[in-house]
Design a protein around this ligand. Structure first.
Ligand SMILES: Cc1cc2nc3c(=O)[nH]c(=O)nc-3n(C[C@H](O)[C@H](O)[C@H](O)COP(=O)(O)OP(=O)(O)OC[C@H]3O[C@@H](n4cnc5c(N)ncnc54)[C@H](O)[C@@H]3O)c2cc1C
Length: 431
């Protein structure tokens, strides 16, 4: 039995079914989870339009074209929903095609009897249970917080807000600031501490604020006193606008919180095999916390299901690629093997796809690498360039294989990410 058909649960279900196990996957809302229906795909779709608007502005400023782009938000939202529906159709067929029994309904668990109860009616007995219930927006205890939208609501906006106030300083705050400021909103970002602190890189943060987020003011060390239906009241005064809460997420662990051990924030505690304190219950994805991304959730789901199937496997958290989707992607890595103990170098991004026409203003992005001078090995990479989200996983592959000759027999299309390996070689020569 698997609860939750997001990236973690769905991939685990398909893998187990393909290996002739009897698998039931239960989902209370939509197949694809938050990733397809509320988060990654919505940001991705809106960002694509934002990039088009910004590129068009740039082309107009350079005198290359004369055009006026008008954004129709209601149509964008409508088309996103239509596309999501289509994708849901495709992946439902894919999932069922592997032999998974797919059940729509809200699950709860009776661990004593080893059954999952769906919609308080149907009972499904299990040998092993995998909980992949994901996460939901974190709603802090602030007076008037019910006036704020969250990432779940952005497709409900009737029009582009003239002013948008975003509470939060992480990826979601930056991504929505980029989207709506590109569409013409004046954006204020209110951070409790510092903006994009997970990057751990003030140079990158400054580049983003100065070059990527237009019409956006970032306020740091702000205390929120109250949220009204048209403003946020802070320790510095009132800031007007539609309010979007991007204060992080909280795990959906309520259905098992009295059955398995959870931490103080409600994340299900698992061992390296994704097994919980109850030997028949495993958990994977956002609900266990850590680095929250779709590929990490899928990896954890696969680790859990493989251990359930009797294979002894562990998740590899050594080098994890992550991206903030802005007009240039901000790609960075986290993980046990990332460090900044070597020599750090910063280079301007090269002129390539999507950045050629920014060469004249010098806004081609930046790439930073941290290299161990003794061994020549890469310790860390952060890249703010149009193709960085494609390039970074390649870099991680090189780092994991511990062999930078791997790419010597690998031909790419030029110009795409083909400059990346050359860049690594350049660093070597430079040092
Ligand atoms: C705004 C935003 C943008 C993001 N963008 C990206 C991105 O670009 N790239 C990326 O890699 N990651 C991104 N993420 C993170 C990514 O969405 C999550 O890490 C990923 O979706 C987690 O997958 P999951 O399967 O663990 O959980 P979820 O996707 O949350 O799915 C859990 C599923 O379980 C279901 N469920 C919950 N409780 C029950 C129950 N009792 N009974 C039945 N079903 C239940 C839910 O309805 C849901 O469908 C983003 C997150 C946010 C918030």
């Amino acid at each position: 039995m698997i609860i939750g058909a997001g990236p973690a649960g769905r991939f685990a279900a398909m893998d187990a079914a393909e290996k002739s196990n009897n698998v039931t996957l239960i989902e209370k809302r939509h197949i694809g989870g938050k990733c397809l229906n509320q988060a990654c795909m919505v940001v991705c779709a809106l960002s694509d339009v934002a990039k088009h608007v910004v590129e068009s502005d740039n082309f107009n400023e350079l005198g290359l074209v004369e055009s006026e782009v008008k954004v129709n938000y209601a149509n964008i939202a409508g088309k996103i929903k239509e596309t999501q529906k289509k994708i849901r159709h495709v992946i439902t067929a894919e999932t069922k095609g592997t032999g998974v029994e797919y059940v729509r309904g809200e699950a709860c668990v009776d661990a004593d009897r080893k059954v999952v109860i769906v919609d308080d009616e149907d009972e499904y007995p299990y040998d092993k249970l995998l909980v992949c219930t994901g996460s939901s927006p974190l709603i802090p205890d602030i007076p008037g917080v019910e006036n704020a939208y969250t990432y779940k609501d952005t497709l409900k906006f009737k029009q582009i807000p003239e002013k948008l106030v975003i509470i939060g300083g992480g990826s979601t705050a930056a991504e929505y600031a980029n989207i709506f400021s590109s569409f013409g909103s004046q954006v204020d970002i209110l951070c409790r501490s510092s903006f994009l602190k997970m990057l751990g890189d003030s140079e990158a943060e400054e580049y983003i604020v100065a070059n990527l987020l237009k019409n956006t003011i970032v306020h740091e060390n702000v205390e929120i006193k109250e949220i009204t239906d048209r403003s946020v009241i802070t320790n510095y005064g009132e800031i007007e606008g539609t309010v979007l809460l991007a204060a992080g997420v909280t795990p959906n662990s309520d259905i098992v919180k009295d059955i398995v051990d959870v931490d103080d924030d409600g994340h299900i505690i698992v061992d390296s095999h994704m097994q919980t304190s109850n030997p028949d219950i495993y958990a994977a994805g956002d609900v266990i916390g850590g680095l929250l991304s779709t590929p990490v959730s899928r990896m954890e789901g696969m680790v859990a299901i493989n251990n359930i199937m009797g294979n002894d496997v562990e998740a590899d958290y050594s080098l994890i690629p992550l991206t903030i989707t802005l007009n240039y992607d901000v790609s960075y890595m986290k993980g046990d093997n990332v460090n900044n103990n070597g020599k750090e170098l910063t280079l301007p991004g090269a002129a390539g796809p999507s950045s050629f026409w920014n060469m004249l203003t010098g806004k081609t992005g930046i790439t930073k690498e941290n290299i161990d001078l003794q061994s020549g090995k890469i310790n860390n990479v952060l890249a703010i360039t149009p193709s960085s989200n494609i390039a970074l996983p390649y870099m991680i592959k090189i780092m994991k294989d511990n062999n930078d000759d791997d790419f010597s027999n690998f031909l790419e299309i030029h110009p795409t990410t083909d400059g990346i390996f050359k860049l690594a070689q350049y660093y070597k020569r430079y040092m």
